[in-house]
Design a protein around this ligand. Structure first.
Ligand SMILES: NC(=O)c1ccc[n+]([C@@H]2O[C@H](COP(=O)([O-])OP(=O)(O)OC[C@H]3O[C@@H](n4cnc5c(N)ncnc54)[C@H](O)[C@@H]3O)[C@@H](O)[C@H]2O)c1
Length: 261
């Protein structure tokens, strides 16, 4: 028997097989969950996400186009989900965006207003936007677990992380306010603060070239985080094992965040 047998939910954020959302989905599926998915609009994005889902062993996936920056897309995806499924036990928010040029050491002070707002919109506001649409579906079936992905740059300055650090701070705070309001509907909201993993999104951050070597040398566990480490914590946060946990940020980073230098 799997820990997540009978559970079904929506995963937003698979770009390819390196995506944190892909590793999370793999772990959830291994423990018995059924996942519905979205992809960024466009044929190439559709093809890339489809291939990655196929690699998860999912046949005929539920897969819809979603630009999370557009309310009409969000409305359409959640309405379609509610037509296809009578429950939503989990929602995985694993998306972020900021302009690559601004994610370079020394460039934070150059961030224009529009780029700052857009980073917060896609990387943080969308958690609220999705939670609002998930709420009635989750509440109807007795509650659920909403999970997002954060990073240490929300708390401390990580060179090059810049406006994304601001967005992650907003994401973590948004998560706590959501947890506080949605708890009465038995909806839990948590974040995993993941360690550095080479993905499309993280390779946009300048100055990360030596990150893996530094982590392997300095992290308490003397290794870099793997997607499966985050996947396993996601299973815990989606499952009943974490029934009393909400509003938390859980580090899955091989211990890097505890170091002072
Ligand atoms: N890779 C890391 O080192 C690391 C560490 C900690 C946290 N995270 C976080 O994990 C999450 C997933 O990132 P990843 O590293 O797996 O990279 P990724 O590039 O594989 O995933 C990012 C996803 O965001 C999606 N996205 C961007 N803009 C979108 C929009 N407007 N609408 C819908 N989707 C949109 C992309 O399509 C992509 O699937 C992000 O929140 C990221 O900040 C990553």
């Amino acid at each position: 028997m799997g820990l997540l047998d009978g559970k079904v939910g929506l995963v937003v954020g698979i770009a390819n097989e390196r995506s944190y959302a892909w590793h999370i989905s793999k772990s959830l599926i291994e423990h018995g969950a059924r996942c519905a998915f979205t992809h960024l609009p466009g044929d190439r994005n559709h093809a890339r996400t489809s291939r990655s889902i196929e690699a998860l062993g999912v046949q005929n996936p539920w897969l819809k186009s979603l630009d999370a920056g557009k309310d009409e897309d969000l409305d359409a995806v959640f309405a379609a989900y509610a037509e296809s499924f009578d429950r939503m036990d989990f929602l995985i928010h694993s998306i972020a965006f900021a302009e690559r040029d601004l994610l370079q050491p020394g460039k934070f002070v150059t961030t224009p207003r529009a780029a700052y707002l857009s980073a917060i919109d896609i990387s943080a506001y969308t958690l609220l936007a999705m939670a609002a649409r998930a709420k009635p579906i989750m509440a109807k079936s007795g509650g659920g677990s909403i999970l997002g992905m954060s990073y240490y740059g929300a708390e401390k300055v990580v060179p090059g992380y810049n406006v994304m650090g601001v967005a992650k701070a907003a994401l973590e705070c948004t998560s706590r306010y959501l947890a506080s309001e949605l708890g009465q509907d038995k909806i839990r909201v948590n974040q995993i603060s993941g360690g550095y993993l080479r993905t499309l999104a993280s390779s946009a951050v300048g100055g990360t070239g030596t990150m893996e070597d530094v982590v392997a040398e300095k992290a308490p566990l003397r290794r870099n985080v793997e997607g499966a480490d985050v996947g396993k914590t996601a299973v815990y946060l989606v499952s009943d094992l974490s029934s009393g946990v909400t509003g938390e940020v859980i580090y899955v980073d091989c211990g890097v965040n505890i170091l002072g230098a």
